[in-house]
Write a protein that binds this ligand. Structure first.
Ligand code: COA
Ligand code: AMP
Length: 637
């Protein structure tokens, strides 16, 4: 029998008491004066008045409790053939020494540190070292190009940057250092110091006076016995800034606090993921995304569990059995990944034959999130693994699942296509465009009644007005998620689409507006539109439509190649921008707004309603013909 309903009701009847109780799992330096202060911040602040340290709760308290020998971090890297294990005692030494190095470079409480790293354990050491000092980290995903990194450097104004000589993708080594140097050249703000991890695969030159060799500096700090104490911060102080795509090229700096974040993540480890301290949890994501922050770094360690840092892919490193090998080798009890990873495995090994080669007896549950889980993928995973497959829905803004199926409380029956029911803390509603609640089963805008629970973002870094205008203004009293969906008569949530210009490519959240800014800057382009076209592997892929300037007579293939190269250079490989198509005109409303939604439907070969405000309906037929000619869609209806 699931305890979900009783738990959700307990939260509904006493929301503050619920989180006060959950807060007992955290070691505070000084307790909160108010578990929830409705008068602080935009919608209130959690654990107001408390002081704490996130690194202490992730590491030191476990060592002090006698668990220094317990496994904390496993680094498994099929791309370099390495496996390394760190217990909590060793993790403390590494993090404390790196914190000492950073402090020596001038990093103090409240300073920002940008982390631009591949999937190596030093990436999470760096996050934790910042937390130890009370500094604010901002991790930038390694797949982003220098311009994107520069934008984040200028917004976060870091005192230092921690990076590495290279990242390793299957079949290619990516020299990170030239990307970092270019980003620092492009940015107006210049960090005082960079700490660079030299990797054997490809080392790099260091700039005298600015760059410091990670290993040399940390080894010296260790040899000198230099440690660093955990600096107390206010529970409401920022732990990190994580930039996420908005509707323009300027990303949004989502701010996460210390206290509420710890309370919420600790609660989820036991109750949502059903994991016990001492067990191994694996989130096969990247530290550059929120999943990596919450469940590669902070969640498992707050809980005294072990986490896996996996530098590999679901397929090709070396084959579609990679996930099963990691589960077997490290005795993973629960794993978390994006559905796209399972679609890739299913495509490469449709019968799931490789599963039989591994001992998965320790493995209990698979969790999926990051994009919509198509029922076929869930059914395949359920059948092949013979284990529960739990879809859950969340966003960078919340830091943990808004809806899910809490395994630790006893899972309730799964409905395919639904990421479960609202988690305690979230009063999720579906509203029409005028802000009225819609009947069960009706598609609408998904919103969450304020206040957000602990870990919910209190603001956007350097952009308090954008925080209000993007999230709080449209439906007063509610957080607008920008997702559209349904809540059915049994209370199950279904997430169907974004209501803004964000697309989801292989579980990565990308801004079509940012891509349009890059394409629009090409000298031959008059105007353009980027939409997300349905893709069987990555969920969506960006599709660019462009109109050239009058008098331009460029070879289409050549121009397309230039645009593809430009997006890769300006945004990064992660954009997966591979296709740009020339059209004569873009469809617009009479007021000049490009009808991206209709273009997307055409690109997906779906039926669409002629928009009432369309300026010239003939343009839609023209676009359809161009997409058919390019074999991007099948037929002209
Ligand atoms: N540094 C540099 N480049 C990176 C990178 C990194 N950390 N991560 C990805 N890239 C590159 C890839 O090499 C790829 O380059 P290419 O166009 O030259 O092939 C490009 O960015 C797109 O990456 P991605 O969309 O992740 O696809 P992929 O080719 O690496 O394959 C799949 C990924 C399809 C196997 C997919 O199943 C997968 O695992 N995606 C990641 C899911 C995920 O972690 N989501 C996060 C939310 S939980
Ligand atoms: P991110 O902030 O990068 O985690 O992306 C958040 C967005 O991903 C959400 O707003 C959704 O559009 C989408 N998303 C995340 N999880 C799910 C899910 N389980 N089902 C459907 N969409 C999801």
């Amino acid at each position: 029998m699931s305890k979900y309903l009783a738990t959700y009701s307990a939260w509904q009847s006493d929301p503050v008491g619920f989180w006060e109780d959950a807060g007992k799992q955290i070691d505070w330096v000084t307790p909160a004066t108010s578990t929830f202060n409705p008068d602080s911040g935009v919608y209130g602040r959690w654990f107001d008045g408390a002081t704490c340290n996130t690194c202490y709760n992730c590491i030191d308290r476990h060592v002090e409790a006698g668990h220094g020998d317990r496994l904390a971090v496993v680094y498994d890297s099929p791309v370099t053939g390495q496996v390394q294990r760190f217990n909590y005692g060793e993790l403390k030494d590494q993090v404390s020494a790196l914190a000492s190095v950073l402090r020596g470079l001038g990093v103090e409480k409240g300073d920002r540190v940008v982390i631009y790293m591949p999937m190596v354990p030093q990436a999470i050491f760096a996050m934790l070292a910042c937390a130890r000092l009370g500094a604010v980290h901002s991790v930038v995903f390694g797949g982003f190009a220098p311009q994107e990194l520069a934008t984040r450097i200028d917004d976060a104004t870091p005192k230092a940057i921690v990076s590495a000589s290279c990242g390793i993708e299957p079949g290619r080594t990516i020299a990170y250092k030239p990307l970092l140097d270019e980003a620092i050249d492009l940015s107006t703000h210049k960090p005082e110091a960079c700490v660079i991890l030299q990797r054997e695969t490809l080392t790099c030159d260091l700039i005298t006076g600015r760059d410091h060799d990670y290993a040399v500096a940390v080894d010296a700090a260790l040899a000198a016995g230099e440690g660093t104490e955990c600096v107390p911060v206010a529970a409401t102080d920022p732990l990190y800034i994580l930039y996420t795509s908005g509707t323009t090229g300027q990303p949004k700096g989502v701010v996460r606090d210390n206290g509420g974040h710890m309370v919420a993540l600790k609660w989820t480890m036991e109750n949502h993921y059903g994991v016990k301290p001492g067990e191994v949890f694996w989130a096969a994501s990247d530290v550059g995304w929120v999943v990596g922050h919450s469940y590669i770094c902070y969640g498992p360690l707050l809980h005294g569990a072990a986490t896996v840092v996996y530098e590999g892919k679901p397929i090709g490193t070396p084959d579609a059995g990679a996930f099963w090998r990691v589960i077997q080798d490290h005795k993973v009890v629960a794993m978390f990944t994006a559905p796209t990873a399972f679609r890739a495995i299913k495509k490469a090994d449709p019968k799931g034959a490789l599963i039989a080669d591994y001992d998965l007896s320790c493995f209990r549950t698979l969790f999926l999130a990051g994009e919509r889980s198509d029922p076929a993928t869930i059914e395949w995973a359920q059948a092949k693994l013979d284990r529960p497959v739990i879809d859950h829905w969340w966003q960078t803004e919340t830091g943990w699942a808004m809806s899910g199926n809490p395994v630790g409380l006893g899972a309730f029956p799964i409905k395919l296509g639904s990421p479960g029911k609202p988690m305690p803390g979230y009063d999720i509603q579906v509203l029409d465009d005028e802000g009225h609640e819609v009947p069960a089963g009706t598609l609408g805008n998904i919103v969450c009644k304020l206040p957000l629970p602990p870990s919910g973002f209190p603001t956007l870094w350097n952009a308090p007005e954008r925080f209000i205008s993007s999230y709080m203004a449209e439906y007063p009293g509610y957080y607008a998620t920008s997702d559209a969906g349904i809540i059915d008569e049994d209370g199950y949530v279904f997430i169907m689409a974004r209501t803004d210009d964000i697309i989801n490519v292989a579980g990565h959240r990308l801004s079509t507006g940012a891509m349009e800014e890059v394409i629009g800057a090409h000298p031959d382009i008059a105007e353009c539109a980027v939409v997300g076209k349905a893709d069987p592997l990555k969920g969506q892929m960006p599709l660019g439509l462009y109109v050239t300037n009058d008098g331009t007579n460029r070879d289409e293939a050549e121009l397309e190649a230039e645009l593809v190269k430009l997006v890769r250079a300006k945004i990064g490989a992660v954009a997966s921008f591979k296709c740009a198509v020339e059209v004569k005109r873009l469809p617009k409303t009479r007021s000049g707004k490009v009808l991206r939604g209709t273009v997307q439907k055409i690109a997906d070969d779906e039926a669409f309603k002629m928009p009432a405000a369309i300026d010239d309906p003939a343009i839609l037929t023209e676009i359809k013909a161009v997409l058919v000619a390019r074999n991007l869609i099948g037929h002209i209806a």
